[in-house]
Design a protein. Structure first.
Ligand code: XIL
Length: 299
């Protein structure tokens, strides 16, 4: 096929992108979006600060606009994200203990209920592990409510939207030998053993080029898949967008049957949160880059 989405679909996968609601009025942007992609992740619009700016006052306008665009164009939606230490509204940053735990669970329940039936995968919990050599949880206000906060979030999400696939999502979990990767692996293994409802693991894959795209990435994906979860490449971007690295990531996903798809974190370099690094598949004029051709050829 001649587009990323259609080619991925022939392999039983999706090819998606992060979308910003405030760009949906840009026809150059939406024409690439609608032509090339069959999956959308809202870049910021489903985060806690966007959806619950004041406690118990929910705000879904921008998220609903993205979901409507996806549905009108036959694209699947990844919900991002229900529980995260970052991009919390001020009121949540100021809570702790039981009040914070209950507020987090209420948020998970309310948001997952609002979108029930429209979300293929939820990033229920984002970035809960620490960088470095500890393999431990990240210190955060959510973690300080008790180590069981992650499983509590997953159970609340399952109850609210039983048909959504529930994912744990993180970065720097790509190198199989890293302590952070192993820490997440042990949590997923424990959840599967104890029946905590988890269906998938997302690998953000914000790479800085050859240096942190690890040669054992495929081993990481297949090792998690062997635990009985699907794996997703959820936020791919690579500094300077080397065609080789994009090709390798694509081949690694295709080599792992439970790797369900790839989402790039934006369409054009000018749309990227790392725009200074030109890390995406289309340049600022919307033209295909060499990395685009490499990905399409690999699919
Ligand atoms: C980023 C967005 O792209 C930016 O627009 C925003 O200012 C900060 O967040 N990991 C994640 C994403 O899970 O939500 C982040 O998105 C990038 C890192």
């Amino acid at each position: 096929a001649t587009t990323l989405g259609a080619s991925a679909a022939e392999k039983g996968r999706y090819f998606g992108t992060a979308v910003a609601a405030n760009r949906l009025g840009d026809s150059a942007y939406t024409s690439i979006l609608n032509r090339e992609f069959n999956q959308i992740t809202p870049e910021n619009e489903m985060k806690t600060d966007a959806t619950e700016p004041n406690q118990n006052q929910f705000s879904y306008g921008n998220a609903d606009r993205i979901v409507a665009h996806a549905r009108a164009n036959g694209m699947q939606v990844r919900g991002h994200t229900l529980a995260w230490h970052a991009q919390q509204p001020g009121w949540m940053q100021n809570l702790s203990g039981t009040a914070l735990r209950n507020a987090m669970l209420n948020h998970v329940t309310q948001v997952a209920t609002h979108f029930r039936g429209q979300i293929a995968w939820w990033d229920v919990v984002n970035e809960a592990f620490a960088d470095g050599s500890s393999g431990a949880r990240r210190d955060s206000n959510l973690q300080r409510t008790g180590n069981d906060w992650i499983e509590a979030a997953f159970r609340a999400a399952r109850a609210a939207d039983p048909n959504a696939q529930l994912c744990y999502n993180d970065y720097n979990t790509d190198n199989w030998t890293d302590a952070k990767t192993q820490g997440v692996y042990r949590m997923v293994q424990d959840f599967k053993q104890r029946g905590v409802p988890i269906d998938c693991v997302g690998f953000q894959s914000h790479f800085t080029g050859g240096s942190n795209y690890p040669s054992n990435y495929r081993t990481t994906l297949s090792s998690f898949a062997a635990l009985g979860v699907d794996v997703h490449i959820t936020e791919l971007d690579i500094r300077n967008a080397p065609a080789d690295a994009y090709r390798n990531v694509t081949n690694d996903c295709l080599a792992v049957p439970r790797c369900k798809g790839i989402t790039v974190w934006g369409i054009r370099d000018s749309d990227s949160w790392r725009s200074g690094e030109s890390p995406l598949l289309f340049n600022g004029s919307g033209q295909k880059k060499a990395a685009y051709d490499a990905v399409l050829a690999a699919l």
